[in-house]
Design a binder for this molecule. Structure first.
Ligand code: DGP
Length: 115
């Protein structure tokens, strides 16, 4: 999508501190980190939210959770202590950027409920 900030980051048109990239996914540091480790895992394809996932996105979803999350958590040093994944979805879910992204947060003790 031409006016989507995460599409622009994925395309390299806007700079970001990338920590991972392959053919279908990019991960970069959140501009406004809520924890010592806070990265966003983003499909390069524009998918508005998990609510907009289609059957054709199953491989992409599996790739994010089976391949990318464990690898990144390991590389970012939060696998052993633990980490939190957050997917804000829609207005009530607190989603502000309408391109699907998985927050990976770690490096401190998380509280619950998140508020
Ligand atoms: P959410 O509320 O789940 O939609 O989270 C959006 C996150 O995206 C928020 O934590 C801040 C981050 N963010 C927004 N714009 C940019 C940007 O241009 N670059 C980076 N690195 N992060 C951004």
């Amino acid at each position: 999508m031409s006016d989507c900030i995460f599409c622009k980051i994925a395309a390299g048109e806007i700079p970001a501190q990338k920590v991972f990239e392959d053919d279908s996914v990019v991960a970069f540091r959140d501009l406004s980190p809520k924890a010592p480790v806070h990265v966003l895992i983003v499909p390069k394809k524009h998918v508005a939210s998990v609510a907009a996932f289609k059957a054709e996105d199953k491989d992409l979803a599996a790739h994010i959770f089976v391949d990318v999350v464990p690898k990144l958590a390991d590389e970012l040093g939060v696998s052993d202590a633990g980490f939190r994944l957050v997917i804000n979805t829609g207005d009530d879910g607190g989603q502000t950027v309408h391109h699907l992204h998985v927050h990976l947060l770690g490096g401190r003790k998380m509280t619950w409920p998140p508020g």
